[in-house]
Write a protein that binds this ligand. Structure first.
Ligand SMILES: [Mg+2]
Length: 266
């Protein structure tokens, strides 16, 4: 990971799309600061496509797509994207799975939930689970005292033994049935919503993140940035971001936004 300050202005100027994780990348210790939200707004106003790509639930994503200064949002680690058309006043939604499949998957996730809660003391159902449509989120660090890493690994293995995918974010283990992740749905959105094929997207996108559920994005996009707190997870990452911000969480994201805006006005 090279220091973000070493990204050339020329390279920064090639970026037109900002894809970003939310938790601990834009937010800081669980809160969205004015500076970080302002950075999203400044990028959006300057004409960048701004798209959060998060593990957060559909209920939150409906709000984000509608009210934040963003062009769309990918949620539940790639289960769907939402894009609000402000002129037509319509919420465009695309899910990886159809309603019947979501229902079947929910029944299987309920079984996993029971097993995790019975066998991993201290783990809890994430407080935002009620607003989720496709996945199961187990809290190991948000509203419960942080669990040791071995317990986080146990949660992951319970999902995997049941044939589900599982990804670790900075606060939750998210698990789901289906061959998708943040990357596959981000690609679908860029193609569907913005007419960008992969060749074009690859060279126009920067991705910002902080944890293992961001790995598919770090691996795919040549221009990727980790905020400084990603170093806590460095040992769990096989694909690391190309650049490392100096600032933690929201401050690191502001650093990236400032660089992009400076490059564009230079
Ligand atoms: Mg995160």
């Amino acid at each position: 990971m090279k220091p973000l300050s070493q990204m050339s202005l020329e390279m920064a100027r090639s970026i037109r799309v900002v894809l970003t994780d939310i938790d601990d990348t834009i937010t800081t210790e669980g809160m969205l600061t004015a500076a970080a939200y302002g950075a999203l707004e400044r990028l959006h106003r300057a004409g960048f496509l701004v798209i959060p790509v998060t593990g957060r639930p559909a209920g939150w994503c409906d709000h984000i797509a509608r009210m934040w200064p963003v062009d769309a949002v990918v949620g539940e680690n790639g289960a769907f994207y939402f894009r609000y058309d402000r002129e037509r006043k319509t919420m465009q939604q695309r899910f990886w799975a159809g309603p019947e499949e979501l229902k079947r998957n929910r029944a299987k996730l309920d079984v996993i939930e029971t097993e995790v809660l019975a066998s991993v003391p201290g783990a809890a159902l994430a407080s935002d689970q009620a607003y989720r449509m496709a996945d199961l989120a187990i809290d190991f660090c948000e509203d419960v005292p942080a669990l040791p890493e071995a317990e986080v690994d146990r949660i992951v293995s319970i999902f995997e033994r049941a044939g589900a995918q599982a990804k670790v974010s900075s606060i939750h283990v998210n698990g789901w049935f289906g061959d998708y992740n943040k990357l596959s749905m981000a690609k679908t959105l860029l193609a569907d919503g913005f007419g960008m094929d992969w060749e074009e997207a690859k060279n126009a996108v920067v991705y910002a993140g902080d944890s293992p559920n961001d790995e598919p994005m770090f691996a795919a996009f040549p221009l990727s940035v980790g905020v400084a707190n990603i170093q806590t997870f460095a040992h769990r990452l096989t694909s690391k971001p190309a650049y490392l911000a100096n600032g933690h969480s929201g401050e690191g994201f502001v650093e990236l936004a400032d660089l992009l805006l400076r490059a564009r006005s230079a």
